[in-house]
Write a protein that binds this ligand. Structure first.
Ligand SMILES: O=C(O)[C@H](O)[C@@H](O)[C@H](O)[C@H](O)COP(=O)(O)O
Length: 223
């Protein structure tokens, strides 16, 4: 596992945004289009603030979340709302948002159409993930109802999952799709997540779902 330690969160956000921008720019140069997959939650906002201001051919970039909480955008827990507020602005407003939510009572109701939207943009060119102190990443939570299937090599691209720790139902990219990303970064802060990610390497996958991507990832950490 490759961990980069930063002296503080601000420097980490600047440096990581710069790195993601270079990787996107290289992908655009090589293949003319790129996909960027981003986490929700409370940690990535400062990275989004910087990355969204970078001068790139954003119109050729498809952006989607790692996972979404099954709530409408006017709910403060909506990851899509976070993306709109902190990422899809300035130059990055030209990027194409591929939705992981559509109004319906459950994620299963819209799973097929959301999967069809994502599939043309795989494999992911540049993937940024977060992680919880319980070692979940995306919405691959320990104890989730369909975790084994979401970690399996033949999993569909997108699944609906439920877990006590998750709150509302979730929709998430599966481990197969996350692992196949061409560039993979994990962004974490604080001593508890640092200890958790180091511990994850030696735990069974179902107890530490983040382990599915650890060998492919560069981890970015600041206190
Ligand atoms: O919707 C979500 O919750 C996420 O996409 C999730 O996987 C997140 O990255 C981690 O839970 C870390 O969240 P924090 O950054 O809030 O600690």
């Amino acid at each position: 596992m490759k961990i980069i330690d930063y002296p503080d969160r601000e420097l980490m956000a600047l440096s990581l945004a710069d790195r993601l921008a270079s990787e996107l720019s290289e992908t655009l140069r090589m293949q003319g289009h790129a996909s960027l997959c981003l986490p929700g939650g409370t940690t990535p906002g400062p990275v989004f603030d910087t990355l969204s201001g970078v001068d790139l051919d954003w119109a050729k970039v498809a952006v989607f979340l790692n996972d979404e909480r099954w709530v409408p955008e006017d709910n403060p827990r909506s990851n899509t709302a976070l993306l709109r507020a902190r990422f899809l602005r300035g130059p990055a407003a030209a990027a194409r948002l591929i939705p992981l939510y559509a109004a319906a009572p459950t994620p299963e109701d819209r799973l097929d159409e959301l999967t069809a939207g994502i599939t043309p943009h795989l494999p992911i060119s540049v993937l940024l993930l977060g992680m919880g102190a319980d070692m979940h990443t995306a919405s691959l939570f320990p104890g989730a109802d369909r975790l084994a299937q979401a970690l399996a090599p033949d999993a569909p691209a997108l699944m609906a999952l439920r877990a006590d720790a998750a709150g509302e139902p979730r929709i998430t990219l599966t481990a197969r799709v996350l692992k196949a990303a061409l560039r993979l970064h994990i962004l974490i802060t604080g001593a508890d997540k640092r200890a958790a990610i180091e511990r994850a390497a030696s735990l069974p996958l179902e107890q530490a779902p983040v382990r599915a991507v650890l060998s492919h990832a560069t981890i970015h950490w600041a206190e």
